[in-house]
Design a protein around this ligand. Structure first.
Ligand code: SF4
Ligand code: SF4
Ligand code: SF4
Length: 273
């Protein structure tokens, strides 16, 4: 059996901004579509299929009733990519975990609260194995293309695992601490090319904590401005209240990218994208 690998997009609780980022890719998306067959993508097409090898899943799990659906996707997919901070970390709505669930439902739905289900907000990895996490709120479009290339070529993808300060300093952006703003760059995972600090904004930690923060370097940046690492870790609430990324996600093997459809020949690609 030959054919292009089949890719399906799914979403759980999210704003769908990461899928929109993929849709807005333009030419790289058109090139990608020469190498894959997209079989399900609610945001972009009406066709659907249960047969796919690569699942791109956006959004976090917020209801127990989401879990069987996610598990079915996991069972079918050879490679499961978690798309964006909702899928990888829980997303901004993970802050709902700080509130009492029934109070929250009443606040939103009033008298009809009992008709709705809500549970702890959690990333996909709380329920299933994630093969490749793509961090960011929204994702970095270039990183999505790079991940897909790795999957298609059957190569392991190395998840960026340095602090945003690294990219910020490489680009010689002005440090926002010099303008007396707190920035989470010293402990946040890079991979966004320090896009926020490039525009004079602080990093608010949307890619989550770096696996192993270089505390000495972080301390140096912070101490220069009268802060401690603990000060910024304690305000790291918007995206990282669920948990630190799991050990071992730094380098991920697209499990079946080279194995192709079950029992068939490895996928063959005309060229790299
Ligand atoms: S990570 Fe951000 S942009 Fe992406 S779906 Fe979640 S809230 Fe939206
Ligand atoms: S603290 Fe923020 S602004 Fe300063 S170097 Fe690090 S990422 Fe850049
Ligand atoms: S600079 Fe920080 S907040 Fe901005 S995109 Fe990068 S990780 Fe996210």
């Amino acid at each position: 059996m030959g054919g292009k690998p089949r890719v399906a997009f799914f979403d759980f609780a999210c704003c769908e901004g990461c899928q929109l980022t993929v849709l807005g890719l333009g030419e790289p998306l058109i090139e990608l579509l020469e190498h894959v067959e997209v079989v399900t993508w609610r945001e972009a097409m009406s066709e659907k299929s249960e047969e796919f090898e690569v699942a791109v899943v956006e959004g976090s799990i917020t209801r127990d009733s989401d879990v069987p659906r996610l598990k079915r996707i996991r069972e079918q997919a050879s490679t499961l990519i978690a798309l964006g901070s909702c899928a990888t970390l829980g997303g901004p709505h993970v802050s709902a975990n700080r509130l009492d669930q029934s109070d929250l439902l009443t606040m939103v739905y009033g008298d009809r609260a009992r008709e709705f289900e809500a549970g702890e907000v959690r990333p996909l990895s709380a329920e299933v194995q994630v093969d490749i996490p793509i961090y960011g709120c929204p994702i970095n479009a270039d990183e999505f293309v790079s991940v897909m290339k790795h999957v298609l070529l059957g190569r392991p993808y190395r998840v960026p695992n340095q602090a945003v300060c690294h990219e910020c300093k490489l680009n010689q952006y002005e440090c926002v601490y010099d303008r007396r703003q707190i920035c989470l760059g010293p402990v946040t995972r890079c991979g966004c090319d320090a896009i926020c600090t490039s525009r004079g904004h602080r990093c608010f930690g949307c890619r989550g904590l770096v696996d192993d923060p270089n505390l000495n370097a972080a301390r140096e940046v912070l101490e220069e401005h009268g802060y401690r690492v603990e000060d910024i870790l304690s305000v790291f609430e918007l995206y990282a209240t669920w948990a630190r990324p799991e050990e071992g996600l730094g380098i991920v093997e697209p499990r079946a990218a080279v194995k192709s459809r079950k029992g068939s020949e490895p996928w063959r690609f005309r060229s790299s994208i």
